[in-house]
Design a protein around this ligand. Structure first.
Ligand SMILES: [Fe+2]
Length: 410
C-alpha cells in the first residue's frame, strides 16, 4: 500500500470516529433545549459545527497530506486550529467512552436482566437529561485544554540552560556554551517570518558553538526559500555551527538541498561523519549521524542507528573530547559505548503532551515511543540532552514547551 493511500485511509477512519463521537455529543447538547423546537435548533447548530470541524479531514482524504506551499495564517486560525482541537478531543472522548462502556457493561447487563424479570421501565427522563447535560462538560473542558495547547505550541520558546559536568573534559574547554536549536519544522506551523523572529531572540544570548539537530523543513521543499531567508539572520558563534539531518528533512524530499543550504549559510554538515574543531590548545570532535527514516527503513529502534554512529566516529582520535549530533535520541546508547561525552538530540518534541508530578517526575506521550524523551540523561558517565524542539508538525503542546537550549559544559 502506498503512503498516500495509507494517509487517506487513516483520515477516513478519523472521520468515522469523529462521527460516532460527534453523534453522542450532539445528543448531550440537545438536552439543553427546553422544548422540541429549541432541541431541533440545537441539533442543527451542533451538526453545522461538527461539519465545520471536520472540513480539514475531508480535505486530507481527498487531497492527501501534503499541503502545497504557504497556507495563510488566517486560514489556520479559522480551519486548522479548531480542527486540531476537535481531533484531539474526539480521539480522547472515544477512548474514555470505550473504557466507560467496557467497565459499565456488567452493570448494564445486570440492569437489563432485572428489568426483564420485573418488567420495570428504563431510568426516568429527568435523570437521563441531567446526565446528558453534565456530560457536555467533558468535551467542553477537552476543547478548552486543546485550545490552550495550540496557543502554547505557537507561542515563543522557553530557554533551558543546563550545566553538564562531562567526564575527561579538558580544563581549557570548561565553561564552553553550546546553543542547541532543534526541530524548527519550517512550514505551515513555522512560517519563515515567525522563525526569523525567534532567531532574533536566539541571537540575543551569546554562545561559543551552535548546533542544529534536524527537522529543519517540515514536509515540503516549497518552504526552503523562507527558511533560508530566516536563517540568514542567525549569528554564527566563534567556534562554528554544526548541523545533522532529521526524518522530516527526508520526508520533505530534499535532504541534499537542505544541507547545501545550511553549508551556504556557513554551517558545517556532519552526516555519518565528524569534524575536528580546534579551540585554543585543545580540540573538540563534533560528530553527526544521518537519519534516513523515510528512505532506508530506519525506524524508531535505536540499534538501527548503530551503523550510523559507528560510521560517524570511525577514525577519530579516541582521546579527544567528542560531541555527537543525532536527531533521534536512541543513538545515545551506541554513542555512550564509544565514550562520547555528550550526545545532543531532538525528534521527540518532549512527547508533545507531558505531565510533571510535584516530585519532579514527568510522564508523557513520548514514553510510549521513546526511551529518552526530554532533558538530561546519563549513562556510564556519558550525557544525553534531548531538546523539546522549537517547532512542531502537530501544533499542540501541553507540558512540553517549545525549547531552545544553551548548555554550559565543564
Ligand atoms: Fe521533529
Amino acid at each position: 500500500m502506498s503512503f498516500a493511500l495509507a494517509i487517506r485511509i487513516f483520515f477516513f477512519v478519523l472521520l468515522v470516529l469523529s462521527a460516532v463521537v460527534g453523534r453522542r455529543v450532539i445528543r448531550w447538547v440537545q438536552a439543553f433545549g427546553k422544548d422540541d423546537a429549541s432541541r431541533r435548533r440545537l441539533k442543527w447548530l451542533s451538526i453545522g459545527t461538527w461539519v465545520f470541524l471536520n472540513l480539514a479531514t475531508v480535505y486530507f482524504i481527498v487531497m492527501g497530506l501534503r499541503t502545497r506551499g504557504s497556507i495563510q495564517q488566517t486560514w489556520h486560525m479559522i480551519f486548522l486550529y479548531p480542527w486540531f482541537a476537535w481531533l484531539v478531543t474526539s480521539v480522547a472522548l472515544a477512548a474514555i467512552l470505550t473504557a466507560k462502556g467496557i467497565i459499565a457493561l456488567p452493570y448494564r447487563i445486570a440492569q437489563w436482566w432485572k428489568r426483564k424479570q420485573t418488567g420495570e421501565q428504563k431510568a426516568d427522563g429527568d435523570r437521563r437529561e441531567f446526565l446528558a447535560k453534565a456530560a457536555t462538560a467533558l468535551p467542553a473542558v477537552m476543547l478548552l485544554t486543546s485550545g490552550y495547547g495550540i496557543v502554547r505550541a505557537q507561542s515563543d520558546f522557553d530557554w533551558f540552560e543546563p550545566e553538564l559536568k562531562l567526564k575527561d573534559w579538558p580544563k581549557e574547554l570548561e565553561g564552553l556554551r553550546i546553543m542547541q536549536i532543534s526541530d524548527p519544522h519550517v512550514g505551515n506551523f513555522m512560517p519563515g517570518e515567525k522563525f526569523a523572529g525567534l532567531i532574533e531572540q536566539i541571537n540575543q544570548r551569546p554562545c561559543d558553538m551552535l548546533v542544529l539537530t534536524g527537522d529543519i523543513i517540515n514536509n515540503n521543499m516549497a518552504w526552503m526559500p523562507e527558511c533560508m531567508e530566516a536563517m540568514h539572520k542567525l549569528k554564527l558563534p566563534k567556534y562554528g555551527a554544526y548541523v545533522c539531518i532529521g526524518n522530516h528533512d527526508y520526508f520533505a524530499g530534499g535532504p541534499e538541498e537542505i544541507l547545501h543550504g545550511m553549508r551556504d549559510l556557513g554551517m558545517t554538515v556532519v552526516r555519518d561523519d565528524h569534524v575536528v574543531v580546534p579551540i585554543g590548545k585543545s580540540k573538540i570532535i563534533v560528530a553527526g549521524i544521518d537519519y534516513p527514516m523515510w528512505s532506508g527503513g530506519h525506524g524508531l529502534r535505536g540499534n538501527r542507528l548503530d551503523p550510523h554512529v559507528d560510521a560517524a566516529l570511525a577514525g577519530r582520535d579516541p582521546e579527544a573530547p567528542t560531541i555527537m549530533l543525532a536527531h533521534h535520541p536512541h543513538a545515545f546508547d551506541r554513542a555512550a559505548e564509544h565514550g562520547v561525552q555528550l550526545t545532543l538530540a531532538g525528534h521527540t518534541h518532549g512527547g508533545q503532551f507531558a505531565f510533571s508530578y510535584p516530585g519532579g517526575k514527568t510522564v508523557s506521550l513520548g514514553d510510549l515511543m521513546f526511551k529518552y524523551v526530554a532533558g538530561e540523561y546519563q549513562k556510564n558517565g556519558s550525557y544525553l540532552y534531548v531538546n523539546r524542539g522549537i517547532g512542531n508538525w502537530f501544533p499542540m503542546r501541553l507540558g512540553a514547551p517549545p525549547e531552545v537550549t544553551r548548555i554550559t559544559v565543564g
